[in-house]
Design a protein around this ligand. Sequence first.
Ligand code: ATP
Ligand code: MG
Length: 261
Amino acid sequence: MLAVENLRVVYHDVISVLNGVSIEVKEREILIIIGANGAGKTTLLRAVSGMIDFYDGDIIEGDIKMEGNSIKGLDATDIMKRYGVTYVMEDRPVFWYLTIEENLKAASFSRWDKRVKADMEEVFDYFPVLGALRNKKAGYASGGEQQMLAIGMALMTKPRILLLDEPSLGLAPLVTEELFDIIKRLNASGITIVLVEQNAHASLNIGTRGYVFETGRIVLDGAAQELLENEDVREFYLGSGEKERKSYKDAKRYKRRKRWL
Ligand SMILES: Nc1ncnc2c1ncn2[C@@H]1O[C@H](COP(=O)(O)OP(=O)(O)OP(=O)(O)O)[C@@H](O)[C@H]1O
Ligand SMILES: [Mg+2]
């Protein structure tokens, strides 16, 4: 459905962040992307969604295709309207001084049809807590509620693919669980999901396939279950190797074992 081919991205003409990244997103899957801080996950989503120029970034090589059509360099609104690719940024972008309901209305700016009200009720079906707070200012909502609102706003654009950037960041485990359940339901309703997460265990558990990112490259990919069982993923992302490392010697072994580098 969506193909990223050999993508290279630089910031400010010199800072090279993605060094030839290729990924494929299949229709109706939940694709998980995990990787350390600064690996380039957010940069990838910015490039795909057409937001990269807002951050002084450039795609200097490669292509991004939606069902065979290149969307590289198109305007972000175009990518959303024409191709149904909607990006939920990592820092929960909601309008603090607007109510929950006003936020949802604002997010339907790109639409001409009159179904906005009905779609808003659908968002409240997925996120009942937002319905209960519909007339409250978003700035007073909790982190979890703001994250749900950010996803609700993305739903108002009627996406075919949702790009979610670390939605579980800073959320309590139970809220994360609830959020991931809703992501599964959204996927079951036909929306393809690309989920970037630090929370490797929980995300791979709801995912179909996954990619592991390290410093601007993909070092591993496979079925989500396979990645959960992979020794390196277990050690570096699921924390299972921590106890073994007690000295510098172990740290050296740690580096050596990081064989995908
Ligand atoms: N606008 C920018 N200008 C210059 N460098 C940037 C810019 N945005 C990101 N970077 C750098 O690009 C690299 C990748 O950043 P990116 O945010 O894509 O990583 P990430 O994998 O999403 O990390 P995290 O898990 O911390 O969110 C980092 O070294 C970061 O400092
Ligand atoms: Mg990021």
